[in-house]
Design a protein around this ligand. Sequence first.
Ligand SMILES: [Fe+2]
Length: 263
Amino acid sequence: MPDGGAPAAPAEGASAEGAPTVGASAEGASAVSASAEGASAEGAPTVGASAEGASAVSASAEGASAEGASAEGASAVSASAVSASAPSASTASSVSTASSAPSAAELLAFARRIAANAELVASLPLDPEGRTWLRLEGPGGSEAWLIGWPPGTGTGWHDHGGSHGAFAAAAGELTEQSLAAQLPTEGWKTLELADGVDRHRRLPPGRGRAFGPHHVHQVFNASEDRHAVSVHAYYPPLPLMRRYSRTGPLLRLEQIERAEEWA
Ligand SMILES: [Fe+2]
């Protein structure tokens, strides 16, 4: 949702990340209005075919690692895809290290556990005009949020600044569109995505997914009449988020939001 027009407007995580807790301020409430989110997502500038040095990105590691750790256990993983420089969530889930940092799989387990806590989920105020959120205490120093999504709201395309994480639906249904490609993190403004990198999944209550540190996605509530509620966790706490616009195969970096801006 490149939501550049709505300062501090949260992505599914972004919101989260540093935005005030529910009811904290009127300012916070306005930053997550449904109209702002929708407008930004739809109103991203069109990227011309001659945009700066667009280059093809082939399907590779990111999707693979993220998929591997997902609750759905997706098996569409290219064996050659996992980059040695990008620790995969799937590896993290199966290898015990000396670090106490929570793995993506552990964050997913947390998100699903919280999503199953009906009392906590029901405590989140819902607002038909915009997203609402509650900060949670995530495991191992992670950042976690309970987020309410009115019908039609979404995040727009974004990454998580190198953090890995997970999310799970608690009520309603979320839709995720993601890229099974690892994008270069620096040095580009526009990329042309190769065919076949798009992934699409629906997350009904109880379903979730983990993702690796290079995951790029957008999440939205496609329902026309029903709120969705979800739980999100990130580790380390999000240092920044890159927001992108998407025009067909062209992905354009629109904005880099840093944690201090959300405070
Ligand atoms: Fe996200």
